[in-house]
Design a protein around this ligand. Structure first.
Ligand code: BGC
Length: 516
């Protein structure tokens, strides 16, 4: 593959996150969310019925427990060796805020030292660290997810799941109110920036690639404030969605500024001391395959705008589209609908792109009557029980659509920033589709490079099977290039055919085509 990076190398690597791999983390919002019986009961009622998010068949809310013991150097050293053996040159991890600052303003130096050791080992093995500052989890003091919700009067009269929907506020006795309440509160932004200041000062000599926040819109908001299936668990809460989105943009922008102020140390002794971006889950969004309904087409278009474009428009152009109008109306620049915030402009050095699939979105009465109607419609998350798709499906019922990677990267040309594919991968327990998936997606990257699109790297999600948020360790959530056998006490890592194929494509000398 031709190199496109200013460092003269294409970044080939894998992506992981702390809660999903390290083990032993029990003071964050996800641990709480997956151990509270009332939350678990509510979520299973919510997802068994296809009310907003279509049926999640394999849902298993369970905490990560030991995960894959990545916190233990015996395991991570082996994992770094495995990555290296494939010919990879970079490795993405995230820092667990709850480990480093278990209580407000209490910093755990042992945890900081352990991350330092991990990063140094990574470098010793010849892997460039890419460090995410927030990958979906928050310390409990920042967010204690609500257990109960007050009910609207009519809810008492309705059958499940309507009766179970978290439509109102938690009662004042809920521990939620004693935490910072997560991203709906500006104070969380201030605390996050303090955390960023500490960790960037600690690790700047080792890290040149920082990712501020992972998937702010699709995962943090999509799961936590719209579908209600991730912490804090609000359902179609448009009011909270608006403030959370604003605060997440602020958190990214302020973290970007903080890192730029602090990090002039160049871990690689080259021209660019630091690169700061965010990891953005983007999807090709279309109506259900069998729908000719123009309302579904409109729903998909608006959903795509919200999920794919809104955050980017904000941190590139400084746009805040207060009433969530779509592009054309947005450019009318009616000042009641639209603000430009000059402080937000050009606040990313690269666009971190997470790409997995084509998503089908349809109109939804539930969305339409909610105060979150600006999201357009409801996604069909798992297509396996329907005939609304054309591509192949992964084990989670996600529609595979490799050319979407090219289409999205091409559409990002307008921002004139390097594109770093920070996640791409497949849930495939039998390892039958993984090789094709990798070949087909790398072909699309090759197409991008041939078109002179500035792609600087590719990180596969993930190196090893790990904790998958809503499936925990079920067979349907196996994303690893290395399988992990959880029945063996030592959690051995076993190479998949997909890993062999990826390695071959990377190491093929003078190859200009990943598929050759
Ligand atoms: C998330 C990962 C997750 C993966 C597979 C990504 O959107 O960043 O944490 O495991 O998808 O679901």
């Amino acid at each position: 593959m031709p190199s496109k990076n200013d460092r003269g190398k294409f970044m080939w690597g894998v992506a992981t996150s702390s809660y999903q791999t390290e083990g032993g983390i029990n003071n964050n919002d996800w641990h709480y969310f997956t151990t509270s019986n009332s939350i678990k009961k509510r979520i299973s009622t919510l997802t068994r019925q296809s009310i907003f998010y279509k049926n999640i068949r394999h849902l298993q809310l369970q905490p990560a427990g030991d995960a894959v013991r990545f916190w233990d150097s015996k395991y991570y050293l082996k994992d770094f060796d495995n990555a290296k053996s494939l010919g990879l040159n970079s490795f993405r991890i995230s820092l667990e805020w709850a480990r480093i600052e278990p209580e407000r303003d209490q910093w755990d130096q042992n945890a900081i030292d352990s991350y330092r050791k991990m990063l140094m080992s990574m470098r010793d093995k010849g892997l460039e660290p890419i460090v995410t500052l927030n990958h979906l989890t928050l310390p409990l003091w920042v967010l204690t997810p609500p257990i109960q919700f007050k009910k609207r009067i009519y809810q008492y009269l309705m059958p499940n799941p309507i009766r179970q929907l978290p439509l109102d506020n938690p009662p004042s006795s809920d521990p939620f109110w004693r935490s910072l309440r997560g991203w709906e509160n500006e104070e969380t932004v201030r605390e996050f920036v303090k955390f960023v200041e500490i960790v960037v000062s600690e690790f700047k000599d080792l890290v040149d690639y920082w990712i501020t926040i992972s998937e702010p819109v699709a995962s943090v908001i999509g799961g936590g404030y719209l579908a209600g299936i991730s912490p804090p668990g609000f359902f179609l809460d448009g009011k909270r969605t608006r403030s959370v989105l604003h605060n997440l943009i602020e958190a990214h922008v302020q973290a970007y500024d903080k890192i730029s102020e602090l990090d002039d140390t160049d871990a690689n002794n080259d021209e660019s001391p630091k690169n700061v971006g965010f990891s953005h889950l983007m999807m090709i969004v279309q109506p259900p395959f069998n729908s000719r309904d123009s309302v579904d087409v409109e729903a998909a278009k608006n959903f795509s705008y919200f999920i794919n474009n809104y955050f980017l428009n904000a941190v590139m152009n400084g746009e805040e589209d207060v009433n969530y109008l779509n592009t054309l109306e947005r450019y009318n620049k009616d000042s009641r609908n639209f603000r430009i915030n000059s402080r937000w402009k050009q606040k990313t050095d690269f666009i971190g792109l997470n790409y997995y699939r084509l998503l089908r979105v349809r109109k939804s009465q539930m969305v339409r009557i909610s105060n979150a109607k600006f999201i357009g419609g409801a996604p069909l998350s798992d297509l396996s029980l329907s005939n609304d798709f054309v591509g192949r499906l992964n084990d989670l019922g996600w529609e595979i659509y490799p050319q979407g990677l090219y289409e999205i990267i091409r559409s990002l040309r307008e921002w004139n920033k390097p594109i770093f594919i920070t996640e791409n991968g497949i849930a495939d327990k039998s390892d039958t589709l993984r090789s094709h998936f990798i070949i087909d997606h790398l072909k699309e990257i090759k197409r991008c490079l041939d078109d002179n699109l500035n792609v600087i790297g590719y990180l596969h999600w993930s190196l090893m099977d790990n904790y998958e948020w809503h499936e925990a360790y079920k067979q349907e959530g196996k994303f690893g290039l290395f399988q992990v056998d959880r029945n063996q006490p030592d959690l051995p890592r076993v190479m998949t055919k997909g890993a062999e194929v990826l390695s071959k494509l990377i190491n093929e000398p003078n190859s200009t085509s990943p598929s050759s």
